[in-house]
Design a protein around this ligand. Structure first.
Ligand SMILES: *Cc1c(COP(=O)(O)O)cnc(C)c1O
Length: 235
């Protein structure tokens, strides 16, 4: 790897971590309560290693077929997060290694994760993705579907629902994403009062490169940042 690319990776990572700290402190929050997930989709193993060597351990991918080889080739202690639209029939390919699945869209998928994690002798951390943007193409369940999913999840032994995930609509005016993030937080707060067994709601996975600050103000505990760390993607 060229030393230039490792220096860029270190500088970019440092900027993002420093932005997270600044936004957290300005919002009256403790920066250690916010986990950065570096979104490495479309990026090479070499670029991922540069960011890893700069100190980043948590990485996110949005496609199972890209996640699986990266988990196999990547650093042994890297922590891998699946963050993309998820079909139940793909769960089996990642169940032996993936650490977090942010993008559970429905009960059927959660049941499949529980089953495959059981076969692998594991417990997988999951988040339920909620459609907060009111755009049809964004995936996730409706807020009204959450109760049924959580009622079933409390009895599951090989998953823990650790929180909720949302993707806000893309807005120039960031004040328009604030109510979307706020909805996610209110849902988490409401259902966290019935935490039990396989439901231990705590996390809010929300905020990407362009809406990071608002997400942190509204309570994000996991932010998913790609381009600010790795540079723009080709597609
Ligand atoms: C690509 C992606 C991100 C990161 O987006 P950036 O704008 O590059 O920070 C975050 N979350 C999901 C679900 C993504 O697919």
């Amino acid at each position: 790897m060229s030393s230039e690319s490792s220096i860029n990776a270190a500088i970019n990572l440092d900027h993002v971590l420093s932005d997270i700290r600044t936004h957290a402190v300005e919002a009256g929050r403790n920066p250690v309560d916010i986990l950065l997930v570096a979104v490495s989709k479309t990026k090479s193993m070499q670029e991922i290693r540069a960011v890893y060597e700069a100190g980043q351990v948590h990485f996110g991918e949005n496609k199972v077929q890209e996640l699986v080889p990266k988990m196999e080739e990547g650093p042994e202690d890297a922590v891998w997060h699946m963050i993309g639209a998820l079909q139940s029939n793909k769960v089996k390919y990642m169940a032996e290694r993936v650490d977090w699945i942010h993008s559970v869209p429905k009960l059927k998928t959660l049941k499949e994760i529980d089953k495959r994690a059981a076969e692998a002798g594991r417990v997988i951390n999951t988040l339920i993705q909620i459609n907060i943007s009111e755009e049809d193409q964004k995936s996730g369940c409706e807020p009204d579907d959450l109760r049924e999913i959580l009622d079933e999840a409390r009895g599951m032994k090989h998953i823990v629902v650790r929180g909720l995930m949302g993707i806000a609509s893309f807005e120039e005016d960031l004040e328009r994403v604030r109510p979307q993030f706020r909805l996610l937080r209110e849902l988490r707060d409401f259902y966290a009062t019935s935490n039990d067994g396989g439901v231990q709601l705590e996390h809010l996975s929300m905020g990407m490169t362009h809406d990071l600050e608002v997400a942190i103000q509204e309570g994000a505990t996991m932010v998913r940042v790609g381009s600010a760390i790795f540079g723009a993607r080709d597609y």
